[in-house]
Ligand binder design. Structure first.
Ligand SMILES: [Ca+2]
Length: 338
């Protein structure tokens, strides 16, 4: 193996920056995680990974907002954060978000009222609304400091863009996003099959249209084909995670091993923290549009706000191994020295 191959593999394995980041490497990326937690188990895997990156000082999860109206989505999200050592992250709910994505036969949210109930309890009635939490989090943030990871429907982001001034901030949603958000990392769309209506788009097409038409920062899309190329190792669930682990139990409730679940939301979350990672390729700049029932055709345009991610076989293999290693970390592992 030649030296440059060794260096490349080392770089891939660490997910380190291939070019200079905009912010100092030591500064945690400030994140908002917007998720339809419960519609698929990859949201749970993604949140687990973000928790471990927070332990390492790579990111700070400022808030989590939900785009699923299920009453156990917030308690379950709290249970994941507790299991990974961060019980204090605020969670915002949206009772008006799309309900059609939830499949009862694959329910793992009910773990939150059984074996994995939040230790401190969780009163969903007292949880803030997603829109209020988004506005508050952005109002409190430094300019250009927040990365939003959207791995569910576009409902909350459309609500944010449409919001006017209120008791939280005199600024409207467009202004808050323009001033405070660095970029939007989203799992949505399909850039291989431009006629395919991807789940996160098709469940709330009007919201997707609104966000695509108005969102004022760069947007980076991890399409359906990326998650399909990066499969979560069943071996991690079966052999690495101990019995009684919340991720192991959730995964087996959703679709049991030996199924290897596509890592849709994990890729978007990873990119949000490591936008210069050598683990992804990127398209040229362009414009995504939303057509029909939710297809996402892409048109190249050097002044466009959108790019989409690509992965090679080598990158997929590196990503799935990193994801498995992350999910199996214990709370507090790799804690940054401060
Ligand atoms: Ca999701």
């Amino acid at each position: 193996m030649r030296l440059h191959h060794i260096v490349l593999l080392f770089t891939l394995a660490l997910g380190v920056c291939a070019s200079a980041p905009v912010f100092a490497a030591s500064e945690p990326v400030k994140l908002i995680f917007d998720t339809d937690m419960g519609n698929d188990v990859d949201d749970a895997l993604a949140l687990a990974i973000l928790n471990t990156l927070q332990d390492e000082g790579k990111c700070e999860i400022l808030a989590i907002t939900l785009t699923i109206p299920h009453k156990l989505a917030a308690p379950y999200t709290q249970a994941i954060n507790e299991a990974y050592g961060h019980p204090g992250i605020p969670i915002g709910i949206n009772p008006n978000s799309p309900a059609e994505g939830f499949r009862k036969e694959r329910d793992f949210l009910s773990l939150a009222e059984g074996a994995h109930a939040p230790r401190g309890g969780f009163d969903a009635a007292k949880a803030p609304g997603a829109l209020r939490l988004l506005r508050k989090t952005l109002a409190d943030a430094k300019p250009g400091s927040v990365v939003i990871v959207q791995v569910g429907m576009f409902t909350n982001m459309a609500d944010l863009l449409k919001s006017g001034s209120d008791d939280i901030s005199p600024k409207d949603g467009m202004t808050l996003v323009k001033e405070k958000v660095r970029f939007l990392s989203l799992m949505a769309g399909n850039f291989k099959d431009q006629k395919y209506a991807e789940f996160n788009v098709k469940l709330d097409v009007p919201a997707a249209r609104h966000v695509v038409a108005h969102w004022p920062t760069p947007r980076v899309w991890s399409g359906f084909e990326i998650g399909k190329a990066v499969l979560f190792p069943a071996k991690c669930i079966d052999e690495t995670l101990p019995p009684g682990h919340i991720i192991r139990d959730s995964y087996q409730r959703y679709i049991p091993t030996p199924h290897e679940r596509p890592c849709w939301d994990l890729t978007s979350a990873w990119y949000a923290v490591f936008p210069d990672s050598a683990l992804f390729g990127k398209s040229e700049k362009g414009c995504v549009s939303i057509v029909g029932k939710g297809a996402t055709p892409f048109t190249a345009d050097a002044t466009g706000p959108d790019i989409y991610l690509t992965v090679t076989g080598e990158q997929s293999e590196a990503l799935r191994n990193i994801f498995a290693e992350r999910v199996s970390r214990k709370p507090g592992a790799g804690k940054a020295k401060r």
